[in-house]
Design a protein around this ligand. Sequence first.
Ligand code: GLN
Length: 392
Amino acid sequence: MRALSERVQTFTDSVIRRMTRISDEYGAINLSQGFPDYDPPKALMDALARIAYEGPHQYSITFGDKDLRDALAAKHSRAVGREVDPETEVVVTCGGTEAMMCAMMTICNPGDKVLVFSPFYENYGADAILSGAEPIYVPLVPPEYSFDISLIEQGFRDGAKAIIICNPSNPCGKVFTREELSAIAELAIRYDAYVVTDEVYEYMVYAPSVHTVMASLPGMYERTITCNSLSKTFAVTGWRLGFLIAPPEVAEAAKKVHDFLTVGAPAPLQAAAVAGFSLGDEYFEGLRELYTEKRNYFLAGLDRAGLKHNVPQGSYFVMVDISDFLALPRFAGWSDLEFCEWMIKEIGVAAVPGSSFFREPVNNLIRLHFARSKETMDEALSRLAKLGAMLG
Ligand code: GLN
């Protein structure tokens, strides 16, 4: 047989999603791929039940159900302090995943350089390969995950056409401050670059951190593609609903990419999701409180288990440092992937090896998520306590 495309030889399947499959195989508690284990708000389920009989069941407009685009435009208008046009600036996609891929394919020619922070959500690597872009990595240095702005300027000087910013950040939980984003914005304007943001964890932000919308900064709406999703906000990761919002020239081009990639996101689910936006601000405030509690509860459990970890400012991920384990003779020479596979089988908890997020050769971190009910967290923490006990 003739060889398949070169592009498919250059990346692996997603390690995050692979860990879910292994976790399921061994019946472990899955704290690897991040998704909630509780139901969406009742309003969405009721709407979906009604829509099962009333429709729509046929295609929606390719760039999104009108009511959903109206709701998204209204939400983003408030966030950026200007009128966002639901007809020309909003594209509903199949998850945040398609929004990001679509943004990259809209901006990049093969060979274009794009700045990406490391650690990064693993999809961005594949997004770059599939759109032909060449990533220039800028380290976010643990434990604070701080960065050197001069490396970003250097990247732009070297011709980077865009920068990808995941804020709040998966996997490291960093929430970029307004000052950090303003410094990046100033450079993006000076070097005439695009900014692609992934803001899917916008409501999982822990005080005193606050989420700043990049497109709300002066001069940034014009050059920002805001990618987001309903997955985390409404606990509907399986509905595959995401969106991107950008100025008309960019969004009109993105619509074409989206149209030929997927035609459209599932029409009944788009129609049902509209109900989420009538829940009001209390819902989003409640989400922040819920996740603040989950974070504090889970981190306290990790502390009791004697596991070292960072303190995420946002998202629902925490990085656990496994250096002390790898120093034990039992694990000598192990990779973080081997450690995670062992953890699934022997401890009964699934994590994602940190190496799948870092450009640098990092082998001492694993990512856990806490989008889980208290009962599930309790069981996971009691298993993790056994892990911690191995350190004596
Ligand atoms: N963002 C989630 C994670 O990093 C999962 C997203 C996905 O698998 N599409 O675990």
